[in-house]
Design a protein around this ligand. Structure first.
Ligand code: AHR
Length: 340
């Protein structure tokens, strides 16, 4: 039988209040943690984690970070790979509810369509922690999850676009009246694609950088390559810059550009987001011009958050991983220190 600890009972009482008016609040306690083990309990914490899939090097590193951090902390992790399908994630969350896990960690593939299942988790008093991407509920409230341990996709897009704008000369765009940008978008409707797309458009509005074509490559290397091949068939000679929402799609584009007899990073400039080893290696080889980092190493922060919630402590509603911008010329010096 599960024990109701004092902390958990108090947290539950406090949470009812918080969960009603939590929208916009910075600090959160475990709003639905009636059954979760508290900090003094010897019971093992059980977490159900619905991961998006294994679509990219980034995703594999993220899964590893979360699995390792949970293992090191003695947390039991029930892991489910959704193969990039929302319906699989909804099924996984329902099975976590049925098996009465203490916490649910959800990396949502897209932003919308979660209201019903998140309400089911709230009714079952299981706190939901969003990892990585964001969720948008129909009423715009943020009370169906307790906190998000994620990355700042909008800032990544701004940082990369700002770097491009300030490095026109280095990129060979100084004397061009117009720079033709081809955008490889991430998964349609995902927080990462929405924010990175918007950030780019906002930052380069009213400049000579014009997005000529924009198509999804679903964050995968194969689809990035496929889209790039079709662009090269129709628009070869017209493409100045590829903005890829992740390194895997950029690497797919690199392959397509080489197959078309052109030099990636030289004939067609490429910038992307993530900073995985494959992306850094391509920068060392001169094939990608700049990468804005998106850190997948959020496992330790997720564990800290779970432990804080279990101890009845308050946590921030949103935390972002630390991220930087890496131009090609620094790649060879830092590639050896990259953790993923
Ligand atoms: O949500 C983070 C994004 O998802 C990463 O940029 C990408 O590589 C992954 O698939």
């Amino acid at each position: 039988m599960r024990k109701f600890s004092k902390i958990a009972s108090l947290a539950l009482a406090g949470v009812m209040v918080l969960s009603l008016g939590a929208c916009g609040q910075k600090k959160q306690t475990s709003s639905t943690s009636g059954d979760a083990p508290d900090g003094n309990s010897s019971k093992k914490i059980v977490v159900g984690f619905s991961q998006i899939g294994a679509e990219s090097e980034w995703r594999t590193a993220n899964t590893k970070s979360i699995k390792t951090a949970c293992e090191n902390a003695g947390i039991e992790l029930k892991f489910s790979d959704a193969q990039q399908k929302q319906e699989n994630q909804i099924k996984a969350v329902r099975s976590f509810i049925t098996s009465k896990v203490d916490y649910i960690a959800l990396a949502p593939v897209v932003e919308t369509g979660w209201d019903t299942v998140l309400k089911e988790a709230a009714d079952a008093k299981i706190p939901v922690i969003l990892v990585d991407r964001s969720v948008k509920t129909t009423d715009g409230k943020e009370d169906l999850w307790i906190t998000r341990v994620g990355e700042n996709f909008y800032q990544e897009g701004v940082d990369l676009a700002t770097w491009v704008k300030s490095n026109e000369e280095k990129l060979g765009f100084k004397d061009k009246a117009e720079v033709k940008v081809y955008q490889l978008e991430g998964t349609v409707g995902s927080g990462a694609a929405v924010d990175r797309g918007k950030a780019w458009a906002d930052t380069l509005k009213d400049t000579k950088f014009k997005t000529v074509k924009s198509q999804t490559g679903d964050f995968t290397r194969a689809k990035g390559q496929e889209v790039m091949e079709s662009w090269l068939k129709s628009d070869k000679g017209n493409i100045d810059l590829v903005y890829a929402h992740n390194d895997d799609m950029a690497l797919g584009a690199v392959q397509a550009i080489e197959a078309a007899g052109l030099k990636p990073g030289v004939d067609i400039k490429i910038v992307s987001v993530d900073g995985v080893k494959g992306g850094f290696q391509a920068m060392v080889e001169g094939k990608i011009n700049c990468i804005a980092e998106c850190s997948p190493l959020t496992g330790p922060k997720l564990v800290e958050t779970i432990q804080d919630l279990a101890a009845g402590k308050t946590v921030d509603k949103l935390t972002y991983a630390k991220e930087g911008v890496f131009p090609q010329e620094v790649a060879k010096d830092v590639i050896g220190q990259r953790e993923y």
